[in-house]
Design a binder for this molecule. Structure first.
Ligand SMILES: C[S@@+](CC[C@H](N)C(=O)[O-])C[C@H]1O[C@@H](n2cnc3c(N)ncnc32)[C@H](O)[C@@H]1O
Length: 286
């Protein structure tokens, strides 16, 4: 994928799905009996249990930007009615394949979505979830359309649970990613009748390294992490404007930040100063 090309969400995510089907099957499967794997960012799936307290046996859930179906299949497997929708046909194909693995009849469960108008009737869900999708919606009008339409399909007092990567200030690490601030999501939510009832920060200093490096080096052209398995362990490469690379061992960085630094940041309540993963739970007050 040429990252210089203008980002077209349909083309981008169709290509992601096609690559997964054609080659890297691991990318397209997840362990439903364990926590389930997200498309890329496995730790992010830890958000699912956070939503459980908002789910009763008869709660009807819609997951927007369902990717490979991790949320939906996890929930159906637990006896909950859940539907998914996504802009990418190829990812929906993977959802159907993954459903088969878990003996779930996928008909009427996964739907194509144009990214603006949800193909569902008004007041038809109790809970809408979305995990690492809104950061890929770089167009501000589309974000507004999404909040507006989620509000339409939700029942009165329904919940909208957003699980997203955020930054202390708006930041585009890549052509297809716009990290917004928590305040930004809160103000869009408010505009469409949502009231934030819970905000949970998960500091991810691992991500902050990209963020701080970008700020320090005055916005490098390209901050796509690159991996290299030649030596048997993964490295992340970050490139600055002078084509210099910063090489980080991803395993070591993960280990140090997740096990040591992240808890300290949480203890000192410094999360909002770092790029972090946040869950925002809104309740709709129509
Ligand atoms: C990082 S994946 C996350 C998938 C899934 N929610 C998960 O946690 O595994 C982002 C998903 O959002 C969808 N998506 C990305 N940009 C979009 C856009 N602008 N409009 C609608 N859907 C989009 C993609 O097709 C993809 O399935």
């Amino acid at each position: 994928m040429n990252s210089k090309k203008k980002y077209n969400p349909y083309e981008w995510w169709t290509a992601v799905g096609e690559r997964s089907v054609a080659g890297n099957q691991d990318n397209a499967k997840f362990d439903v009996n364990n926590k389930g794997f997200s498309l890329y960012d496995i730790p992010d799936i830890e958000a699912i249990p956070k939503f459980f307290k908002y789910i009763k046996k008869d709660t009807k859930v819609l997951d927007i930007g369902s990717g490979i179906g991790s949320y939906v299949i996890n929930l159906i497997n637990r006896g909950i009615t859940a539907h998914g929708c996504d802009i990418s046909d190829s990812l929906l194909t993977i959802c159907r394949q993954n459903s088969k693995i878990y003996n779930i009849n996928s008909s009427g469960i996964f739907f194509i979505w144009d990214g603006h108008n949800l193909p569902f009737t008004d007041n038809s869900y109790d809970l809408v979830t979305t995990n690492t999708v809104l950061q890929h919606v770089i167009n501000e009008n589309q974000i507004k359309d999404i909040f507006c339409d989620v509000s339409r399909v939700l029942n009165n007092n329904g919940y909208f649970c957003i699980s997203e990567l955020v930054s202390p200030k708006e930041f585009m690490p890549s052509v297809h990613v716009k990290q917004r601030t928590v305040d930004n999501y809160l103000s869009i939510g408010k505009k469409y009748g949502f009231k934030a009832i819970e905000i949970i920060h998960y500091p991810k200093l691992y991500g902050s390294i990209f963020y701080l490096y970008t700020i320090l080096l005055n916005k490098p052209k390209e901050v796509e992490p690159k991996t290299n398995n030649e030596s048997g362990s993964d490295y992340i490469y970050i490139q600055n404007n002078n084509n210099n690379f910063l090489r980080l061992s991803s395993q070591l960085t993960f280990f140090i930040t997740n096990n040591f630094l992240d808890p300290i940041v949480r203890l000192l309540k410094l999360e909002k100063y770092f790029h972090s993963h946040v869950d925002i739970v809104f309740i709709l007050s129509k």
